[in-house]
Write a protein that binds this ligand. Sequence first.
Ligand code: 2BA
Length: 107
Amino acid sequence: MKLVFAIVSNDDSTLLIQALIEAKYSVTKLSTTGGFLKSGNTTLLIGTEEKEVDNVISIIKSYSKQRVQPMPVISSKEFGMIQSQFIDVQVGGATIFVIDVDRYEKV
Ligand code: 2BA
């Protein structure tokens, strides 16, 4: 058995979860925060058989869009006022980790 971790945009998560559920996968949704942008994202946990992993990843791919997100950067402090500028950061589609599950029980 495998556990798929997928970090996706909050904006993509609703349709993606719906598609995974319709395809009969079990999904747990965690509300998470990216360390770099410090903004909210969604992490999905999907426990499934090894033969299903490619299908799970292809569903995730088809619902995860790439985005450009502005990030504030403090550029200088003039006359006691902080001047901030924005840089564009490319985010996503999805960041996916697949790990082995040693033991899976529902008790
Ligand atoms: P964040 O950490 O908020 O990162 C958002 C985006 O900022 C990243 O998009 C990447 O394009 C950029 N970025 C991240 N760290 C950077 C750095 N040190 N220098 C320059 N740019 C940087 P994605 O790569 O698509 O990642 C989206 C989210 O997925 C991340 O949000 C984080 O929550 C998670 N993630 C990505 N790679 C990960 C990893 N290796 N381990 C754990 N979480 C990861």
